[in-house]
Design a binder for this molecule. Structure first.
Ligand SMILES: C[S@@+](CC[C@H](N)C(=O)[O-])C[C@H]1O[C@@H](n2cnc3c(N)ncnc32)[C@H](O)[C@@H]1O
Length: 166
C-alpha cells in the first residue's frame, strides 16, 4: 500500500486500521514537519503494537521518492487543484508507474471548486480551469474511473478511483 501526501495523517490512521500482519505500507510526504508529526504521533505507537507490519515514511516528493517495486493500492491526498496542469499529469504518470496492473489509485477533489472558477473566474482562469476539467475527465474515462461523493466532509468532496490498466 502507498499513501502520497499524508499531511497530518487523517487518511493514514484509517489505512493503518485496515492493515494485517505481513502487510507493507509506504508513505511519501514532502513536508519534513508533517513527517515528524506523523512519525511521532501515528506511526511510532502503531509500530510498537504491530511489529509484523512494515511501515516506511519517505520524506520526499512523489516525483523523487526512492520506492522499490509496485503497489497493490495507492491513496493520494495531493492538492491537485493548486498544481500546474503539467505537474498534475506528471505526478499521475509517476504514481501509475508505481501501481500494479489491475490495481487502483484513489484520490479526492473538493466539490464545486472547478465549477465556481469556470463561472466566476477571470477569462484566463476560466480557460485554465476548462483545460484542467478536460484533463480530469479524460483520465477518468481512460482509467475506467468510478467515484463516490462524501457530503459529510467539510467541504464535501468526491473520491475518485482510477484503474492501472488502460
Ligand atoms: C491536502 S494535504 C493532505 C491531507 C491529508 N489527507 C491530511 O489528512 O492531512 C497534501 C499533502 O501533500 C503534500 N505534498 C504536496 N506535494 C507533494 C508531492 N509532490 N509529493 C509528496 N507530498 C506532497 C503536502 O506537504 C501536504 O502535506
Amino acid at each position: 500500500m502507498l499513501e502520497v501526501g499524508c499531511g497530518t495523517g487523517a487518511f493514514t490512521k484509517e489505512i493503518l486500521k485496515n492493515l494485517c500482519d505481513g502487510d507493507e505500507f509506504h508513505i511519501v510526504e514532502l513536508s519534513t514537519e508533517f513527517c515528524e508529526r506523523v512519525e511521532t504521533h501515528v506511526i511510532a505507537p502503531f509500530r510498537i503494537k504491530h511489529p509484523e507490519i512494515t511501515i516506511e515514511l519517505h520524506n520526499a516528493s512523489i516525483e523523487e521518492a526512492k520506492l522499490e517495486g509496485q503497489f497493490d493500492a495507492i491513496v493520494c491526498g495531493l492538492p491537485f487543484n493548486n498544481f500546474p496542469i503539467e505537474l498534475v499529469q506528471h505526478v499521475f504518470a509517476v504514481m501509475f508507474g508505481f501501481l500494479k496492473p489491475s490495481c487502483e489509485l484513489a484520490y479526492f477533489e473538493y466539490l464545486g471548486m472547478l465549477k465556481l472558477k469556470r463561472i466566476f473566474g477571470f477569462p484566463k482562469v476560466r480557460k485554465e480551469t476548462k483545460l484542467r476539467w478536460l484533463d480530469i475527465e479524460s483520465r477518468y474515462t481512460q482509467r475506467n474511473g468510478s467515484q463516490v461523493t462524501v457530503w459529510r466532509n467539510i467541504p464535501s468532496c468526491r473520491v475518485i478511483r482510477l484503474q492501472a490498466c488502460v
